[in-house]
Design a binder for this molecule. Sequence first.
Ligand code: KG4
Ligand code: ZN
Length: 334
Amino acid sequence: EQDQYILGIETSCDETAVAIVKNGTELVANVVASQIESHKRFGGVVPEIASRHHVEQVTHVIEEALEKADMTMEEIEAIAVTEGPGLVGALLIGVNAAKALAFAHSKPLVGVHHIAGHIYANRLQKEFQFPLLSLVVSGGHTELIHMKDHGEFEIIGETRDDAAGEAYDKVARTLKLPYPGGPHIDRMAHEGETNIDFPRAWLESDSYDFSFSGPKSSVINTLHNAKQRGVELKDVDIAASFQQSVVEVLSTKTHKAAKEYGVNQVIVAGGVAANKGLREALEQKFEGEDMELLIPPLHLCTDNAAMIAAAGTVAYNSGHRAGWDLNGNPSLSL
Ligand code: KG4
Ligand code: ZN
């Protein structure tokens, strides 16, 4: 049988990314042009700036990916692109680049949900064994997703307010750390002590939902009160205590859901999957359990196009095709 090469394009936020994946599981080329430097001074992603960078970068990044793979468009079977959710102007650049490329080379086109992509990043490491549970933790999402088969996503829990990554970034901003703050808090957490008791939002005992605005506000209030009373708090202790409050809830609920649903695999996805504290806590929880824990390597946790090509391959092989009317959808549901 012939090998199947899918080219993926991702521009939903602040990374212009293009990748080529072989047979849905093997990474051939993975190029990510990050815009972080341009957004840093604003403390977050500025949508208009993101769109402009995507326009400037996308064709170069496509060429670079083909060059790295030492391939031509002739050898590509189909093009997969993130159609949502994300910043609408940013999504549109990727979708239109994908459409132009597909049209010019007469290739089929398939639209991919960004979160499906994050989940399928794990398939570049290991074949999925259903049923599985996925913990998706990124800047825009916090979800527990039960999958009985490819392409079937049952959301059994989600955040009721802030996403985990968003809470990290907001706490980081309070501590005057650069954007994105998650990795800085993570690093500092390992230098501090967990001596401040921030609240854990467990919600109802049978709920797999999350809430991170409480812990985030509590950090802000604690800092404010300490300042007023002239008490000196160490930033590293705040980072360690905040991280523990988030990681404890994420890992405990994931473990409970995995047991209840009797899954074979637990897979972690999204930018916050890069968090060392979370990785350690999950490894501890699932030690000795009859389930496999999969966490992607760091470069496949944050936004990339390899994950879009991986998810796109499965969608394409089950017959999904996008038409020339494919559009960026900022609130696409899974
Ligand atoms: O998946 P991603 O790259 O973009 C979205 O789709 O949102 O996730 C970005 C988020 C940011 O909030 C960033 O602060 C967070 O992931 N993040 C981390 C770490 N690395 C990235 N949060 C905690 N610890 C980390 N090591
Ligand atoms: Zn993402």
